[in-house]
Each structure stands twice: as structure tokens, then as C-alpha cells.
Design a protein around this ligand. Structure first.
Ligand SMILES: *[C@@H]1O[C@H](CO)[C@@H](O)[C@H](O)[C@H]1NC(C)=O
Ligand SMILES: *[C@@H]1O[C@H](CO)[C@@H](O)[C@H](O)[C@H]1NC(C)=O
Length: 387
């Protein structure tokens, strides 16, 4: 009898010590009414999961959860999985989150998955303030991953961010897949996904409709892979703006393929300020892209100056752009100049390669324009290459 009991006890012990815990935020006190502040329950779930030696899961059941700015900080003892079936909403008064850098922040985490879920920052109040030209807080990013490694973000939906929807900063090995991003085309500064100082980020099978860049790629981005992204409305997929600072990390090895741009302000763009800088862009492949009435389908702009307020515009950009390939890019341009390279005269673009680029404007020929750009063209290239 004692022997049997010992056996049962040891089986039970094995069962509990090997099973992974699930921390349900509702069990920890979160209300699903979208009106009661749920932040503390989420933080409690995080501290339990993060301090556990097992790879535990935080579960967010269906419902609406009112969230104030929240910081989910590592390092954790093991990886953490966050499974969301509900919607996280920001307070309707935009000021509550607008002065925090980020509404939802994951920082210094090694091993994290965020699966499913909807986040709604209710950015309209801040956009209205900005559009009215009042003095407004700068606004919060919706979800930020800072100094995080080995992260998977899958099936997340983000509505109406105040500024950027998703930010990946100082990270390694991040997979973003099947995300959906939605904000109106006139919403200011609402970049879809911003990546900087990060290596090995992949963004796949995602839909991005927003008011600024669908994806913006900042300094220090290396080995970025973007595939099957539907962009538009939005400002396209942009490397830059770069060269704002004299000392700046470069961007290298970026692939953008199998993607579409519909009614966007740009297709694939590289932009840098006309200022001295030691930054660079090296090794970019744009492949199999469709432009549906995109303005500036292919553009390099090294005299970028968004508010036309650049007293130093006469200067040249120090950013060196090289080895950029455009392969199999087709469709329609909403402006006559479909291929436009405005490179720096002190640092001309080199190794630009156009292959099978076919872009039309109003059923007719589009134009291409080159300044300080050199490279080669092959295959069918319409408009004709100016390289
Ligand atoms: C470029 O980045 C891709 C991932 O996007 C990676 O698979 C490849 O190895 C990188 N190439 C080099 C030369 O680092
Ligand atoms: C750069 O382009 C401008 C405009 O086309 C041209 O005037 C200038 O001579 C070019 N500079 C060099 C170094 O080719």
C-alpha cells in the first residue's frame, strides 16, 4: 500500500513538474468588458510566466481588455508564449498612452511567441489633434519589441495605431507572419512595421493598409526578408529615411519579393537626407512585385526632405547606395516617372540592376529618370533604362 502510494505520488509529481502552465488573464482578474483596466492582470500573468523555468503560456480569452501602457520585461527563465483570442484596446482618451514611447512593450526577452489577437490603439483622437495643427504629444507605438531575440509574431491584427503599429528595434531572429494592419490612408505617421538595428527579421504573408510606410527600414537593419506582403494604402516599403546623422549604421541584405502595392504613394523606395553621413545601403533585391496604380513605383530619393524645410538641401547625401536589383516588377504607375533615381552626386548609386521591369502609365509609356546612378539593365525594360 505504501509502495503504491509512493508510486502514485511520484507519477503526480512527474506530471505536474513536466506540464506547462497556462496563465489565463481572466483568472488573474482581467475583465472582458473593455472598460475595466486589465493592465495589472496582464502584468501578473507576465511575471508568473517569465519567472517560470518551463515554457509557459499566457492566455487571453475572447473579449475586450482595456490596457494602459504596459511593459513586459525579461530576461525570462524560459521562453514565453502569449496566445490571444481577444482584443486589447487603448483608453479612448488618447492622452493616456500618447506620452509613453510604446503602448505595449516587450523588452529584453529571449524566446517569445505572440499568437493571434487584435490590438486597437484608437489613434483617431491623436490624428485629429495633429491634423488640426495643435500642439499634441508625439504618440505611442502600438507594440514594440526591444532587445528581443527569437521572437515569433503570428496572426496579430493591429488597428489604428497612434504612430507606428509594430516596431522591431535591436532584435535578432524575429518572424512576423500573417499579420494584418489597418489604419486610414490619411492617418499621420502610422508606419505598419518599422525595423531598425535588427538582424534576421522576416515578414511574410501579411496585409498592411495604413497612412505611412507599410514597412519602414531604419539604420542597422541586416538580413531582412519580406515576402507576400500586400501593401496599400500606404507609402510603400521604404528603406530610410537614412543619413539623418553623421554616424549611422548601414542597411544590408534586404529582400522584398512576391508582394503587391495597391494605390500606394510609393512602391519600393530608398530615401536619405541630403546631409553628410557614413551610412550605406548595400545588397537589396526587389523581386516579383506588382504595382497597381502606385505613385513612384521604383524610387531612390537622396534629397529626401519631407516638409521642404531643409536649408542644407544643396548638400549631398553621404549615404552610399550599391548593389540594388529590381527584377520582374510589373504593373501600373500613377505618375509618369515610374523609375526615378535621384542619387547623391558626391556618392553616386552604383550597381543598380534592372531586369524585366514593365511599368505603364495611363495605358502608355511611363518614363524613367536617372541622376548619378549607374548600373545595368536586362530583359524587357519598359520604360527604357536611363542607367
Ligand atoms: C541575407 O539574408 C537572408 C535572410 O533574409 C539570409 O538567409 C542570407 O544568408 C543572408 N545573406 C548573407 C550573405 O548574409
Ligand atoms: C549628378 O546629377 C546631377 C543632375 O543630373 C548632375 O548635374 C551632376 O553632374 C551629377 N554629378 C555627377 C558627379 O555625375
Amino acid at each position: 500500500m505504501a509502495k503504491q502510494l509512493a508510486c502514485i505520488l511520484s507519477l503526480l509529481f512527474m506530471f505536474f513538474s513536466s506540464s506547462k502552465a497556462v496563465y489565463n488573464v481572466v483568472s488573474l482578474g482581467a475583465k472582458t468588458d473593455g472598460k475595466t483596466d486589465a493592465t495589472q492582470a496582464f502584468l501578473k500573468a507576465w511575471s508568473l510566466a517569465c519567472s517560470s523555468a518551463r515554457a509557459d503560456t499566457i492566455y487571453v480569452p475572447p473579449g475586450r481588455y482595456l490596457m494602459k501602457p504596459a511593459e513586459f520585461r525579461g530576461p525570462c527563465k524560459n521562453r514565453v508564449n502569449v496566445k490571444i483570442d481577444g482584443t486589447l484596446v487603448a483608453p479612448s482618451d488618447y492622452r493616456v498612452i500618447a506620452n509613453s514611447n510604446s503602448w505595449l512593450l516587450f523588452i529584453q526577452v529571449n524566446g517569445l511567441s505572440v499568437t493571434g489577437g487584435t490590438i486597437d490603439a484608437q489613434g483617431a483622437g491623436l490624428w485629429a489633434c495633429k491634423t488640426a495643427g495643435k500642439s499634441c504629444p508625439s504618440g505611442a507605438r502600438s507594440i514594440t519589441f526591444n532587445y528581443a531575440n527569437n521572437v515569433v509574431i503570428s496572426g496579430l491584427t493591429s488597428y489604428n495605431s497612434q504612430i507606428s503599429h509594430i516596431v522591431i528595434n535591436n532584435c535578432n531572429n524575429v518572424m512576423v507572419q500573417g499579420v494584418k494592419i489597418v489604419a486610414p490612408d490619411q492617418s499621420p505617421n502610422t508606419d505598419g512595421i518599422h525595423v531598425q538595428f535588427s538582424t534576421g527579421v522576416t515578414i511574410t504573408s501579411s496585409s498592411i493598409k495604413t497612412g505611412d510606410d507599410c514597412v519602414s527600414i531604419g539604420p542597422g537593419t541586416k538580413n531582412l526578408w519580406i515576402q507576400r506582403v500586400a501593401c496599400g494604402p500606404g507609402h510603400g516599403i521604404s528603406i530610410g529615411s537614412l543619413g539623418k546623422d553623421l554616424n549611422e549604421q548601414g542597411v544590408q541584405n534586404v529582400t522584398v519579393k512576391d508582394s503587391t502595392f495597391t494605390g500606394t504613394d510609393n512602391g519600393v523606395r530608398i530615401k536619405s537626407w541630403a546631409k553628410p553621413s557614413n551610412g550605406f545601403v548595400r545588397g537589396v533585391l526587389y523581386q516579383n512585385l506588382i504595382m497597381n496604380n502606385a505613385k513612384n513605383p521604383i524610387i531612390i530619393d537622396q534629397i529626401y526632405c519631407p516638409d521642404n524645410n531643409c536649408p542644407n538641401k544643396v548638400q549631398n547625401s553621404g549615404v552610399k547606395i550599391s548593389q540594388v536589383t529590381y527584377q520582374n516588377i510589373r504593373g501600373t504607375s500613377a505618375t509618369q516617372v515610374a523609375v526615378n533615381f535621384v542619387c547623391s552626386s558626391s556618392n553616386p548609386c552604383t550597381g543598380i540592376r534592372l531586369q524585366d521591369v514593365k511599368l505603364t502609365y495611363r495605358n502608355g509609356a511611363a518614363l524613367s529618370s536617372c541622376a548619378n546612378a549607374s548600373g545595368t539593365a536586362g530583359g524587357v525594360t519598359v520604360p527604357g533604362s536611363c542607367l
